[in-house]
Design a protein around this ligand. Structure first.
Ligand SMILES: [Zn+2]
Length: 356
């Protein structure tokens, strides 16, 4: 079987054109990269930002992306063969790795090249967020979230309105978002009102799922985000553990809470290609409709945001799911695209059942 990312299908004229444009852009940034990463880098980035009328961050991100790829020879060779990684993905790699350190990236280079090598035909390429998480998994020991000193800021945005920002671990941020969203939905109020009720101790009883594939890896959110050590202790103290069962099935139309939690942990976000809407905002879709005999089981289910759920219901696009949770999408123009489950359990969902 020939494996390739859909965007690299050179039989498609749009893909050929996109590749040529990207190669030109990449060559430009490569030509601007200084030979040494010394103090000149700052000056060159600043000067280019002025000349091109981009922000300095825009310029630095692209220069760093090209530089970082050069420090990963196996991935670089793969990129030169496939041209599959665009700038958002290359920037995710560069910004997640601190390539300026003396560390050797030989092992990570091999793993990244394997991860970013297509496994099936018409495969959708992992998103920048997914690539970032893959690297952080590898660097797990070094990726412990640091404790911010002042972690809440309030910024006025309009008369009588303010934006509240909380700096926390990614896991805590996602869990707070999920709890607030669920409470707001239940009470039919705004997220701000729901958060206030929680802060005042009213209606705090919402169930938020966290996941554990192996006790040594600790609890994660559905998307795989990590918690700090103290947050983990708090969560473990109040958690109820249940086994995930991807083979569970019920005769009725509605998925049980346990099934919903399993599907969210496997999919992480909407399964439509390049859609990253988080699990808490998604519907659970019967891939083969219930009315056509599709079972109510995680094996016949996927997360879809409302927009993409409607698209499927209206038959603007069709899809199938296999036993590993891989979804094959087919447009009316017969373009085929395969999406992997990108949640914490991902495509390992058919192996040993984990806990949640
Ligand atoms: Zn979607």
């Amino acid at each position: 079987m020939l494996a390739y990312y859909r965007r690299c299908d050179m039989r498609d004229p749009a893909c050929r054109m996109q590749r040529r444009l990207f190669q030109e852009e990449y060559a430009f940034w490569q030509s601007q990269l200084p030979e040494e990463l010394d103090s000149e880098f700052e000056w060159i980035a600043e000067d280019l930002a002025f000349r091109l009328q981009h922000t300095k961050t825009y310029v630095e991100n692209r220069l760093w992306a090209v530089y970082a790829l050069q420090q990963l020879p196996t991935l670089h060779a793969l990129q030169q063969a496939l041209w599959h990684l665009d700038f958002p993905r290359l920037i995710a790699i560069a910004n997640t790795l601190n390539v300026a350190t003396d560390k050797s990236w030989e092992d990570l280079d091999l793993r990244l090249a394997h991860y970013l090598h297509p496994k099936r035909e018409n495969q959708a390429i992992p998103s920048a967020k997914q690539i970032r998480r893959f690297i952080l998994e590898y660097l797990e020991q070094e990726a412990e979230p640091e404790q911010p000193s002042q972690n809440i800021t309030i910024t006025p945005v309009a008369p009588g309105l303010a934006r509240l920002e909380v700096i926390s671990s990614e896991g805590a941020a996602e869990t707070i978002r999920d709890a607030v969203t669920k409470l707001a939905r239940r009470l039919e109020c705004t997220a701000g009102e729901a958060l206030l009720k929680m802060a005042l101790g009213e209606n705090p009883n919402v169930v938020v799922n966290t996941y554990e594939a192996h006790p040594a890896r600790g609890l994660r959110t559905a998307s795989g985000a990590k918690f700090s050590a103290s947050e983990l202790a708090t969560l473990k103290a109040s958690a109820t553990f249940r086994e995930v069962d991807f083979d569970a099935e019920t005769a009725g139309y509605r998925f049980s809470q346990a099934m919903r939690a399993s599907i969210a942990g496997r999919d992480g976000h909407c399964r439509y290609p390049d859609c990253n809407v988080a699990a808490v905002y998604c519907d659970i879709d019967h891939v083969v409709p219930y009315g056509q005999g599709g079972p109510t089981s995680p094996r016949n289910a996927q997360l879809l945001c409302r927009h993409h759920h409607n698209k499927k219901t209206k038959k603007e696009i069709t899809c199938e799911i296999n036993e590993h949770g891989l979804v094959t999408w087919k447009t009316k123009g017969c373009t085929i695209l395969l999406t992997y489950p990108e949640g914490f359990f991902g495509d390992e969902s058919c192996k040993d059942p984990p806990n949640f």
